[in-house]
Ligand binder design. Structure first.
Ligand SMILES: [Zn+2]
Ligand SMILES: [Zn+2]
Length: 302
């Protein structure tokens, strides 16, 4: 799985940062987490394909998180996207998109399927599945997202295969999960030569939120927590008033959840990229793991 930040500003874009959107690429599907205005241009600038995107998750209906979506749908229609686009979001998003489609006479020429976010109802995403949980964003319906990779097959043990006399030509078949019959007539099953399944990667995205136990629970032991850090802690009062988090608060969430890595994003437009070391210092003062300061086009591989 590859994570690419397309926009890392909050509320308004700056000359350095676009509005919120994160591209999640897997070997099959590509997914957008939020789609702020200007996202499609960020995708093109990052040399990624618009056409490969087949799912978009909108975590809440603040304009900076979804105003790029009607524009993306229109471009995909002009570019003649063949397959369907699935949009996952709060229920009010569906009539809103339908209305835009109607009044702008821009019916897409591919299938757009809407799926309402429901807590506890996972959504399949290739070798992954998505789970959603409500967060605390000043009383506004907002969801965090957990991306779970399904378990990976166990490691192949070549010594075991030697011991059982499995010829090289049959080893790939076992690795794909099928039993084989040896020339001697003996049946070898995948579990005879493979270790136990390995846990897949887990990534959690907080969306916009005050620090909350919901994120901590979802992110327990996650490989990566992407948490908003709209402000530095000297503006905590402002964070409370607007339903956002400070870098210090995001780091406390990461610490409580015991995640491996913390990526901070969604920075207020008052900060410039040269201020970002202060976010790192603040987060690192409480969180021992790796702190990543997201910037537009930053890529993380898992
Ligand atoms: Zn926001
Ligand atoms: Zn918001």
């Amino acid at each position: 799985m590859r994570i690419k930040f397309l926009g890392t500003s909050s509320a308004v874009p700056t000359d350095e940062r676009g509005l919120p959107s994160i591209l999640v690429k897997t070997s099959g599907d590509s997914l957008l987490l939020d789609c702020g205005e200007g996202t499609q241009r960020q995708i093109i600038r990052s040399k990624e394909s618009l056409m490969r995107i087949n799912k978009v998750v909108i975590t809440h209906l603040h304009g900076d998180h979804f105003f790029g979506l009607p524009a993306l749908i229109q471009s995909l229609s002009i570019l003649r996207k063949g397959s369907e686009l699935k949009i996952i979001g709060p229920k009010d998003l569906d009539p809103l998109l339908e209305h835009i489609e109607r009044v702008t006479y821009s019916k897409p020429n591919f299938r757009v399927v809407f799926e309402e976010i429901t807590e506890g109802v996972p959504i399949e995403f290739g070798k992954f599945y998505l789970e959603f949980f409500p967060v605390e964003h000043a009383g506004f319906e907002t969801y965090g997202v957990k991306i779970n990779e399904k378990d990976r097959p166990g490691r192949f043990d070549p010594d075991k295969a030697d011991e059982l006399g499995v010829p090289p030509v049959l080893r790939g078949v076992l690795q794909k999960g099928f039993s084989v019959k040896l020339p001697s007539g003996r049946i070898v099953r995948p579990q005879d030569v493979m270790g136990p399944p390995r846990r897949g990667a887990v990534v959690v995205y907080s969306s916009d939120t005050r620090p909350t136990d919901k994120v901590i629970q979802a992110a327990k032991g996650a490989d990566l927590l992407i948490h908003e850090a709209t402000y530095l802690h000297d503006l905590k009062e402002r964070a409370v008033a607007t339903g956002h988090s400070t870098a210090l608060e995001a780091a406390n969430v990461a610490k409580a959840a015991g995640v491996k890595r913390l990526a901070l994003t969604h920075f207020s437009a008052r900060y410039r990229n040269e201020d970002m070391e202060r976010f790192r210092e603040e987060a690192q003062s409480v969180f021992d793991g790796e702190v990543i300061i997201a910037r537009d086009f930053l890529t993380i591989d898992l």
